[in-house]
Design a protein around this ligand. Sequence first.
Ligand code: FES
Length: 305
Amino acid sequence: MSENPQAFVNPASGSIRLTGEVNFVDAEGNLIESIESPKLCGCGLSKDKPRCDGSHKEYVKLFADVLRNARELVKPCMAFSPMAKKARDIRENELAYRLEAGETMVGVKVGGALDSPNSAEPTSVMIFGYLTNAMQLTDSIKTANYIYPRAEAEVVFKISKEISAEIHPSEVLDYVSHVAAGIEVFDYRYGQAQIYAEDAIADNAGAAAFVHSHWVAVHEANLENLTAQVFANETELETAPLTAIRGNPWLAVALLSKVLVENGAKLPAGSIVFSGSATKGLHLAAGNNYAVEIKGLGRVELKAI
Ligand code: FES
């Protein structure tokens, strides 16, 4: 390689352009060939490695396909970690598949993940995944249709006004008409929860299924003082104050608005928002009856079959 080599990593494709004449050598250092300003593959998909052969263009679609078709014990994305922009593109691609199949986007779920496996002090960041009408349950869930379904107790908001800009916490009530108690079922295609943001975003934040109680008008709800309980076969397994949701569940809507704006996304009026969990994820096993109760808000039940 020349004395002052330069490397340009294309943030969109992942390809790496080196400048100058680059010697490719084998493990013993024997020269294989010299190439002037080669473009190398950084996405891992090239069929002509180490060169970039343009396969990165298929990246988004390929990983959206892989995630869509993943099944338990099939973990095609273990070393995945797409860049943030790619992760978002993959999520949008997955949504597009669902819309093409006739589903309708009905809202979003809020989730959390760590910013980076490479960071010395990883911080938690808010992510979101799209919910569609096909994910809505009535009173039962067929666990065989999922990989590792887990349920969380959440507050559900019905949005009364399009969210297209950042909302100040003091404005949240202007954007919410109703609230309900909900069970959010998340099911990461990797089989286990992905704790890092890029993988989690690419997998639509694990959004898989949901059910919620009757809507309660927002002026009748005092969420800050309520507690969520999770039951399995009528035995209480978990209880947590709703303040476990970002210190104040209303804040979830304000924080979500910021993330939506950063992602160039809007949420139409009439959408629903699952707040993020007050409790730990509970693995759903066939044969059990589950319930989430938020006294003063509602109770919702789910039979795992
Ligand atoms: S970066 Fe182009 S094929 Fe991998």
